[in-house]
Design a protein around this ligand. Sequence first.
Ligand SMILES: [Zn+2]
Length: 150
Amino acid sequence: MAITDKIYLKNHRQISSQLETNIPKSAFSGATLDILFQGEGLAKLDDATRERVLDFAEDFLDCDCESNPHCGHPEEKFVRYLLELREQGLGPDAIVDVMGDDYVLYAYPGDVLSFLDDAVRTLEAVEELADVEGHESVATEARERRRRLS
Ligand SMILES: [Zn+2]
């Protein structure tokens, strides 16, 4: 399961009751994206929640794809957001705190930790393969990105 399947709405019950409909807890589930981010849904939210939901939409759902928000780009952007927080030196607990403040989202720190471990392992594999095949610049880039994440 991708990390974006394990990102949840922090005050899910409150949001559901404001929307007067039961939406899935998972932030990136298709139904959540549809209900929460359509105009009518947004209008029913309290100000503080609406502001963060709008921030989320602006930061992650802003592509022009025809199938937006179901085109995969929101998930990709969110993965990049997590990696950037890690590169700023944040650990899993702090990353969970920040996504809560930024977008009223939460995840389990253990899930964030294994996501970051996987990212580092993927870069290691890229680095090794690039070394073997003599792609020096690719190997160097993977090494540097890995260093930034650890
Ligand atoms: Zn897209």
